[in-house]
Design a protein around this ligand. Structure first.
Ligand code: AMP
Ligand code: FE
Ligand code: FE
Ligand code: ZN
Length: 278
């Protein structure tokens, strides 16, 4: 079994890198991709642990990018972690981390304006170095302002909600190019969440530097998976897949198997990945 999409406490997952490696061993994963939001820190910590556990790790990341005014998640997979371009990429994501911190300052101010008594310290205490909206959502639940995480997003944090503040995000094309220049494979994450017509926009995304599409994901129905496979073939895109495991932050999703065993990532998928020419 393989799983190329997972999160640790370095972003918005609740399993530490060590716990995630242990979970991978427990469920019998052969290959695990760690794709934290905007950081490699969870992957870096997992490397020696995975080696000890005999687990093959894939270095990944999930970037929030801007496409036609909406936020689109883009996965990057770096099969050769000695690629000379990776140093520059690691430098670049520090800017993204900075833009997240700036956004969080404005988000706290906005939520306080709306009458919510929260502080940055409280939010950061729930995020492990990469505080994001899910951590704010957890805080609002804990303080009793909302009854669950989804309500926190619906009422305050979603793009269309009253507490939303924008964040400086790289354009989709820039992020895809940066991934390629670092020897990586840019894969469109959970295409089901795209707010526009996938078939119509894919040629442009390919021209922008997209190399793959996340066909297999816990949020995809069998029919959607079939459709994405077809679109991948039509657009000559590689195929990736994973559960999007977040631990207790998304308790219904299991590592490797998704929601109620709805995820079946083909065993030979990693062998078929091959970095494009930059
Ligand atoms: P951030 O990167 O801090 O802007 O937070 C983005 C994360 O928040 C996404 O990866 C999702 O996990 C979560 N998220 C965003 N919008 C929603 C929503 N409407 N409902 C639930 N979770 C959401
Ligand atoms: Fe997430
Ligand atoms: Fe995502
Ligand atoms: Zn994810």
């Amino acid at each position: 079994m393989i799983d190329l999409h997972s999160h640790t406490t370095a972003s918005d997952g609740t399993f530490s890198p060590a716990q995630l490696v242990e979970e991978a061993r427990r469920v019998g994963l052969r290959i695990l991709g760690i794709t934290d939001h905007d950081t490699f820190s969870g992957y870096d910590q997992a490397v020696p642990l995975a080696r000890q556990a005999g687990l093959e790790l894939v270095c990944g990341i999930e970037l929030s990018t801007k496409l036609h005014a909406h936020s689109v998640h883009l996965l990057g997979y770096f099969l050769n972690d000695l690629d000379p371009g990776l140093m520059a990429f690691r430098e670049w994501i520090r800017d993204l981390q900075q833009s997240r911190r700036e956004r969080n300052v404005r988000l706290v101010a906005r939520l306080r304006e709306l009458g919510l008594d929260i502080t940055m310290e409280e939010a950061e205490a729930r995020g492990g170095g990469m505080t994001g909206r899910p951590h704010f959502a957890r805080l609002l639940v804990e303080k009793g302002y909302v009854s669950n995480m989804q309500q926190a997003f619906d009422d305050f944090l979603d793009e269309s909600a009253k507490g939303y503040v924008t964040r400086r995000e790289p354009r989709f094309a820039e992020a895809a190019q940066r991934i390629r220049q670092a020897g990586g494979i840019a894969s469109l994450a959970h295409p089901i969440r795209l707010r526009e017509d996938l078939a119509g926009v894919l040629p442009q995304l390919c021209a922008d530097g997209l190399s793959a599409i996340e066909v297999y994901h816990s949020d995809h129905s069998p029919a959607q998976t079939e459709l994405y496979l077809k679109l991948a073939a039509q657009n000559r895109l590689m195929v990736t897949g994973g559960s999007d495991f977040h631990g207790a932050a998304k308790p219904e999703i299991q590592l490797g198997t998704g929601r109620d065993n709805n995820l079946h990532v083909p065993e030979d998928l990693v062998a078929r990945l091959c970095p494009p020419n930059a």
